[in-house]
Design a protein around this ligand. Structure first.
Ligand SMILES: NC(=O)c1ccc[n+]([C@@H]2O[C@H](COP(=O)([O-])OP(=O)(O)OC[C@H]3O[C@@H](n4cnc5c(N)ncnc54)[C@H](O)[C@@H]3O)[C@@H](O)[C@H]2O)c1
Length: 302
């Protein structure tokens, strides 16, 4: 059994990962400043350290004795990164650099970085493959892409094992449901419960590859264990199918209200996950219509 450190372990994806690692019998340490995360999401079996990874001195001591790091923490909000580019870059770029430096100095063997499909931006063809040139369309996307490059260079210059997982629109239990930057599924959930029309930005024909959080967790665990990665490889973690916002609204049912589209967001995303399968043996296990149906059922909306 190993000792793992999860940054952002009080967040949506991080807290699911912590649960899974504990279930497998590992020792887990969580670093989170609770900016968007919640303390009660961290399972009692994990050691919780409230610290800010924009401050290297604050986090460095906690990397000692750790076998592997999952760098999941970030400020993952596109509008926030446009409105507040400096704090967003401090968290997503400098924070990431600090995590890698702390890991290097503590001689951590491997770091798995939570990257983002937003690095693709607009591409001419689908599905999206990691060998396509990156084209980040907003500050958040750029920051996340820089993180991949940091991961790659820490392997090249310091011999640390690293790999990056580009997640595609993650959904599932505990996804963000409050605050200014909520995902479309959570928005629809709230609007439906309040008996309001479902607000669609743009024409609603933009599509996303929605990926269940349980599949994202599994990809992280495979990437940490696999003998085939460690040199900064970039892999897609996406279900491989794209669904329109109108499709999702129709599953919720009821009237829709169309509003102005959002700037700086890709029109379509759809993952080609063949490289992820080749390298770490990962394939998605939950199709979006099934995952969405589970949410609608749990919320009493069907
Ligand atoms: N949710 C998605 O659809 C999605 C898609 C692609 C990539 N990602 C990436 O996955 C990761 C997790 O996303 P999430 O949806 O769970 O977000 P989240 O906001 O729920 O979790 C992020 C966590 O990081 C913590 N954090 C932020 N800044 C910090 C700092 N300076 N120091 C310490 N902790 C800090 C927050 O408190 C929070 O608990 C992020 O790196 C994000 O970029 C998410």
């Amino acid at each position: 059994m190993s000792t793992y450190l999860v940054t952002g372990g009080a967040g949506f994806i991080g807290s699911h990962l912590v649960e899974a690692l504990l279930r497998d019998g590992h020792t887990v340490r969580v670093i989170d400043n609770l900016s968007t995360g919640k303390r009660e999401r961290v399972p009692s079996g994990a050691e919780f350290i409230q610290a800010d990874f924009t401050k290297l001195d604050e986090i460095a001591p906690h990397f000692v004795g750790v076998d592997g790091v999952f760098h999941v923490g970030a400020l993952p909000r596109i509008p926030f990164s446009i409105e507040h580019p400096i704090p967003a870059a401090e968290a997503n770029v400098m924070g990431t650099l600090n995590v890698f430096v702390a890991a290097r100095d503590a001689k951590v063997k491997r770091v798995i970085y939570s990257a983002s499909s937003s690095a693709y931006g607009a591409q001419e063809t689908l599905p999206l493959r990691p060998d396509m040139p990156a084209n980040p369309l907003n500050p958040y996307a750029l920051h996340k892409y820089i993180g991949e490059k940091i991961a790659e260079q820490f392997n090249r210059f310091y011999g640390m094992e690293t790999a990056s997982l580009r997640y595609f629109n993650v959904y599932g239990p505990r996804m963000a449901d409050e605050g200014a930057y909520v995902t479309v599924i959570s928005h629809f959930k709230r609007q439906k419960k309040e008996g309001k029309p479902l607000v669609v930005h743009g024409d609603g024909e933009q599509t996303r590859d929605f990926t269940h959080v349980f599949d994202v967790v599994r990809a992280n665990m495979l990437a940490m264990q696999s003998p085939n990665v460690g040199a900064g490889e970039v892999m897609n973690v996406g279900a491989g199918e794209n669904w329109s916002i109108n499709y999702i609204a129709d599953q919720f049912g009821g009237p829709k209200e169309y509003m102005q589209g959002r700037p700086g967001e890709a029109r379509h995303t759809q993952a080609d996950h063949s490289r992820t399968f080749e390298l770490i043996g990962w394939k998605p296990s939950i199709r979006f219509p099934d995952g969405l149906a589970m949410i609608l059922k749990e919320e009493g909306l069907v």
